[in-house]
Design a protein around this ligand. Structure first.
Ligand SMILES: [Zn+2]
Ligand SMILES: [Zn+2]
Length: 435
């Protein structure tokens, strides 16, 4: 008998964790840090960071999964990570070294770099890489990872086969990013005969218009970059699609794109896997600004070599101050100390290019206020990392599973109004027998 439990994700976005098992084998899909607490306020891990595994299980921060934390007779045989967003991998430090973690190689690289430059440091003790489109086995389970389109590079949808039952786990996805074609190909030739589709529904119940694509974003950026003033773009350092849009818009408007060592390292590392612009002789209009926060982090983690590597592409604050309108700088709130040292940094464009919800964060608010006082004009240019309703429907109809199981959503009860397929609404922790 094959069983499924969604430990977290039936009623919330973030912190996804799914367990599948039969009599011989047990696997886990994703092991994410929650984004919200029980009252749906922002989840603050700091208040839990000193607690033991048992205490964290007691507080429902860690899912109660036997054999995941300690090596006992009923151990977990493998844990799959769909992509490098902390709401899918952020709790990995707690699992035992006996559990093999399976992930994409680029996903691993992104997680490692996040550990240097952000507070999310994950140490994997036992991991293996899967290859896209190449099936592999964990005990009785056969898994095939397919690349999908999402705001994290190297994101996967998993086909999972066991005991004659076929499950598709969507991961987080969309089809309006720079890998839109990958997704369209997948939809055109989907794996057949799916019994259960475990599908994310971030945008279910949000009643939003269809999403713009990255080319639209690029066009909007071009329009602003054409203006004879400095452009600051606040975006996620790991949203590679967006970084590419900013790069392309800079190239079209003959501007120099300035990034920090963190983004420089991300782009350089990921250029192994796909054709990305990164600081090098081949991409002359990318320069690296040595910001205090990033350089301190690199130095602390004994990564000084990283700083030397990007020295040939360095741009000084003085150079920027001499002709600010030549530049597009990708910024974060921690850069304020650096921006304060740039002469003539005023009356530019500040482009906010992330999920709107982050604007209420204290440091973001302070940073935007600072730039407003410097005469910057604010613009919002963004598109979601998640499929809009039209795309979700198209995906569900293409897969045409016997049943859809909602996950990564605040509105599972809306699925039955939207999709043509049978919907199985589960609760967190419920054991569901698959047949
Ligand atoms: Zn997610
Ligand atoms: Zn994600």
């Amino acid at each position: 008998m094959l069983n499924l439990t969604i430990h977290r994700g039936t009623d919330e976005i973030g912190g996804s964790c799914v367990e599948l098992w039969n009599d011989n084998t047990r696997i886990v899909l994703d092991f994410g840090m929650p984004l919200v607490d029980k009252a749906r306020n922002e989840f603050d891990f700091k208040q839990y960071s000193k607690m033991s595994v048992d205490e964290l299980i007691e507080k429902s921060v860690l899912p109660a999964i036997p054999g995941l934390y300690k090596d006992d007779s009923n151990k977990i045989d493998g844990l799959l990570i769909s992509h490098a967003h902390a709401d899918h991998y952020g709790l990995l430090n707690y699992i035992g070294a006996h559990v093999p973690v399976w992930l994409g190689e680029a996903t691993y690289d992104i997680i490692q770099l996040s550990g240097i430059f952000t507070p999310n440091k994950i140490e994997l003790k036992n991991h293996s890489f899967f290859q896209r489109d190449v099936p592999f086995n964990i005990g009785d389970f056969k898994i095939t990872p397919f690349w999908n389109d999402h705001s994290a590079f190297d994101s996967y949808v998993f086909l999972i086969e066991c005991d004659g039952i076929r499950i598709l786990y969507s991961g987080d996805f969309r089809s309006h990013g720079r890998k839109s074609k990958t997704m369209q190909r997948f939809i055109a030739h989907p794996p057949p005969d799916i019994d259960y589709l475990i599908m994310e529904g971030t945008q279910v119940g949000r009643n939003k218009a269809n999403e713009k694509n990255e080319e639209d974003i690029e066009k909007e950026l071009v329009k602003l970059f054409r203006e004879p003033r400095i452009n600051l773009v606040y975006t996620s350092s790991q949203n590679i699609d967006r970084l590419v849009s900013i790069y392309k818009a800079s190239l079209k408007t003959k501007k120099i794109m300035i990034i920090d060592v963190y983004i420089a390292k991300i782009l350089t590392t990921l250029s192994k896997y796909a054709k990305f612009p990164y600081p090098s002789g081949s991409y002359g209009n990318i320069k690296v600004m040595f910001t205090k926060y990033t350089s301190d982090k690199a130095a602390k983690a004994s990564n000084n070599q990283m700083l030397y590597d990007f020295k040939p592409f360095k741009i000084t604050k003085e150079e920027i101050g001499n002709e600010p309108s030549q530049y597009v700088i990708i910024v974060r709130p921690s850069f304020q100390v650096d921006l304060e040292k740039i002469q003539n940094l005023e009356n530019g464009n500040l482009i906010y290019s992330m999920w709107e919800g982050y604007k209420s964060k204290a440091d973001t608010h302070k940073f935007m206020k600072y730039l407003e006082q410097k005469g910057f004009s604010n613009y919002d240019i963004h598109t979601s990392g998640h499929a809009d309703l039209q795309t979700l429907k198209k995906f569900a109809d293409a897969i045409n599973p016997k049943s859809i199981i909602p996950i990564h959503t605040f509105n599972k009860n809306d699925y039955s109004n939207i999709f043509n397929q049978n919907i199985i609404e589960l609760n967190d922790g419920e054991v569901f027998g698959l047949s």
